[in-house]
Design a binder for this molecule. Structure first.
Ligand SMILES: Nc1ncnc2c1ncn2[C@@H]1O[C@H](COP(=O)(O)OP(=O)(O)O)[C@@H](O)[C@H]1O
Ligand SMILES: [Mg+2]
Length: 274
């Protein structure tokens, strides 16, 4: 299916809505030497929408997520982000300072491994407070109070506030990483396999928590997962990748009920068996 056809099936009237898209990705390609990371990927994300990027290991999900969150430079293609003032800009044409500000304020990034998204040798409270300070909050009492509230929202007891995350379990670390990301009220959060390294029971609880937070806060999320069950629980819309390319895209309910590409049919039948 061509990119134009995909856009047509996923986003009828996309031109009318282009103004409102929060993130607009066009023709994004990233190669590693002669190996394809991702190729000619185009999609948009609207405010408050959860988009899942699914596909087997090596299909290009992480490459795509890292490019659209500006952590990796694409070989070609553009990513436009519309900020709160309504102005849409190409994130790769921004100054480094503006891009860093965006990543600290409007955007969040939840890594699969919480060690990559936390500071392991400062307290849980400081991990949350640091993001607040980065957006200009200087009042110690307020910062600590907000940190306590956020620990509560991610089900970490307030009496753990002075503990370092290295004393936490995997599930707690991941919840702390989520609090650290959400405390500044981002408009768009990127997540790479957020439940990936956890036990099944811990995964289920985390997914529940994430689902509640995303809907309470009206967050837009782009979540990468190889697990269709995660996509089913969290996302409104999905794109399916294979060998770096988008092979199918659509509303999550439709796509899981009626997968069209043989590869998606295979993925869907594999979750129905478990
Ligand atoms: N740093 C890298 N150097 C070379 N090849 C890479 C690198 N990162 C990813 N790749 C290749 O790009 C393709 C997509 O990988 P990746 O984006 O990690 O997929 P996924 O997240 O879906 O598992 C794979 O063929 C992978 O081997
Ligand atoms: Mg990956």
């Amino acid at each position: 299916m061509s990119t134009a056809e995909l856009m047509e099936t996923v986003q009828p009237g996309v031109d009318d809505q282009a103004e409102a898209a929060l993130l607009k990705v066009e023709g994004l390609t990233r190669v590693y030497g002669d190996r394809i990371g991702c190729a000619d990927v185009s999609f948009s994300v609207w405010p408050g929408e959860v988009l899942a990027i699914v596909g087997e290991s090596g299909s290009g999900k992480t490459t795509l997520l890292n490019c659209i969150s500006s952590r990796l430079t694409p070989t070609c293609g553009t990513v436009h982000y519309r900020s709160g003032d309504g102005v849409s800009s190409d994130i790769f044409k921004m100054s480094e300072a503006n891009r860093r500000r965006l990543m600290r304020t409007d955007w969040g990034f939840v890594h699969q491994n919480p060690i990559d998204g936390l500071r392991m040798t400062v307290s849980a409270g400081a991990n949350v407070g640091e993001r607040l300070m980065a957006v200009g909050d200087r009042h110690y009492g307020n910062i600590r109070q907000t940190a306590i509230e956020w620990l509560g929202r991610v089900e970490i007891d307030a009496d753990r506030i002075d503990d370092q995350p290295r004393a936490f379990s995997g599930g707690m670390r991941q919840r702390l990483q989520i609090a650290r990301n959400l405390v500044t009220g981002p408009r768009l959060v990127f997540m790479d396999e957020p439940t990936g390294g956890l036990d099944v029971s811990v995964q289920a609880r985390l997914l529940d928590l994430l689902r509640g937070l995303v809907s309470d806060l009206g967050l837009a999320v782009i979540v990468v997962t190889h697990d269709l069950a995660v996509a089913r629980l969290l996302s409104d819309r999905m794109i399916v990748m294979k060998q770096g390319r988008v092979i199918e895209a659509g509303l999550t309910d439709r796509l899981l009920d009626d997968p069209r590409a043989p590869y998606t049919q295979l993925l869907v039948s594999s979750i129905l068996q478990v």
